[in-house]
Design a protein around this ligand. Structure first.
Ligand code: NAD
Length: 410
């Protein structure tokens, strides 16, 4: 299986070759700037000591302070964090927010930890890395297994060393220097760029059917936005199962069900199908919004959608990507499709620096403007260079990053 890091490097190298980048610049863009690995001792509630390993990998800072999530998951390792850090460099460049890329994580299963243990772990991790991140250096944000609350602890611990600095993390609670609309931002961004894509193919959203895999933060907000915009969503899923209703799923009812029961388990608004079946439904638009590597060379030939929107990170493997292209299926790449979250993180950081709060309507307007502009640029590059939208997004990103490197010097 191709890892996210390998896939990102492959796409980057393909685009770098098309752009005619020198080997040294290519190597500079691939190599992370700094990799930090720390021991994080955690005193458990029962008095035992558990030793965890934490990472912060800072990939590139040519375009600004580095930016990327912090993940708590037992599978976290240096390879995964490295790949995600690189992806952040290209994502921030595609949407043109003035950040570089980074990622971090702790190899731990947060579901086995009490809230007090999570807090101690987070504060101890900050003790180890506080001098390498900060508002003008590297700004973490929530990712898998971390929440706005985790960000509040990070901010609080960081400030013990460095004084008032709410911009040292984003994705904070709205009550504590967070931004309105950060929660919905990635899903909303997915909706905005999907609509833009359909317009370019003269497809009206009202005439298109959708299947969405994953009904968590990204999938549910994308579903809500698309539904409100007139889309007919005929299938949704989460880890508990997939549901199909050719007449259209009642999305508000599904959202309500998840709010009440914690998952789609027991949802009666559609016939239960399997998650693999959802992926191969004959819909116009398929939105994988759950996991990486769900469309691989094993099932790519079965995909019948006309458009695949990569709402998750790396849902289509490079081998599958080639098969989809051969079959005339248009893929909107993750570094554009799910960049709404980092875009609103940027707005949060700007507000923290300005000591001024924007209201939700302003955040939504700016998100729409940023995502639409990024889509238009990627679309134009794809037309001019006769390449896929993915290659166009990488071409745009590496052009912006390599220019920043050259203009700033080494
Ligand atoms: P989440 O944990 O909130 O939701 C994940 C959803 O996927 C849940 O509904 C879960 O039940 C479902 N799921 C898990 N395994 C599944 C399976 N085997 N089949 C079907 N559904 C399954 O996570 P999220 O924040 O929505 O993130 C989803 C993806 O988007 C991830 O790849 C993440 O890296 C990426 N992403 C998230 C953000 C963000 O702002 N949240 C930003 C950029 C990228």
């Amino acid at each position: 299986m191709t890892t996210l890091g390998q896939a990102t490097q492959l796409y980057l190298e393909e685009a770098a070759d098309i752009a005619g980048l020198s080997e040294s610049m290519k190597s500079l863009l691939i190599t992370p700037r700094r990799e930090t690995r720390v021991e994080v001792p955690l005193l458990r509630d029962n008095g035992e000591l558990q030793i965890c390993i934490g990472y912060r990998i800072q990939h590139n800072r040519a375009r600004g302070p580095m930016k990327g999530g912090l993940r708590y998951h037992h599978h976290v390792d240096a390879d995964e964090v490295r790949g995600l850090a690189s992806l952040m460099t290209w994502k921030t460049a595609v949407v043109d927010v003035p950040f570089g890329g980074a990622k971090g994580g702790i190899a731990v299963d947060p579901t086995t930890l009490s809230i007090a243990e999570q807090e101690r772990l987070t504060r101890r991790f900050v003790d180890e890395i506080h001098d390498i991140f900060g508002p003008d250096r590297d700004i973490p944000a929530p990712d898998m297994g971390t929440t706005p609350r985790t960000m509040a602890w990070i901010m609080n611990q960081y400030q013990k060393y460095h004084g008032f600095a709410p911009g040292c993390v984003t994705g904070k609670p709205v009550e504590l220097y967070g931004a309105e609309g950060r929660n919905e931002a990635t899903g909303r961004g997915v909706g905005i760029v999907t609509l833009a894509l359909l317009k370019h193919y003269s497809s009206s959203i009202d005439d298109c059917t959708f299947a969405i895999q994953g009904f968590g933060n990204v999938g549910s907000f994308a579903a809500a936005w698309l539904h409100q915009s007139g889309a007919q969503i005929v299938a949704i899923s989460d880890i508990s199962g997939a549901f199909h209703n050719p007449a259209g799923i009642d999305i508000p009812a599904a959202l309500n069900h998840v709010q009440q029961h914690g998952s789609l388990n027991g949802f009666t608004g559609g016939k239960q199908i399997s998650n693999p079946e959802l992926l191969s439904l004959p819909v116009d638009v398929l939105v994988p919004a759950a996991l990486g590597n769900v469309i691989t060379e094993d099932n790519a030939a079965e995909i019948r959608a006309r458009y695949v929107i990569e709402a998750a990170n790396g849902p289509v493997s490079p081998a599958a990507d080639r098969i989809l292209q051969q079959n005339g299926i248009v893929v909107l790449p993750d570094i554009l499709a799910n960049a709404g979250g980092v875009t609103v993180s940027y707005f949060e950081w700007v507000q923290n620096h300005q000591y001024f709060r924007w209201d939700l309507s302003r955040i939504r307007e700016e998100l729409e403007r940023t995502m639409s502009r990024a889509f238009d640029r990627v679309w134009t590059v794809a037309q001019e260079r006769h390449v896929s939208l993915r290659t166009a997004a990488y071409l745009l990103a590496i052009d912006r990053v390599s220019q920043a490197v050259e203009l700033g010097g080494y």
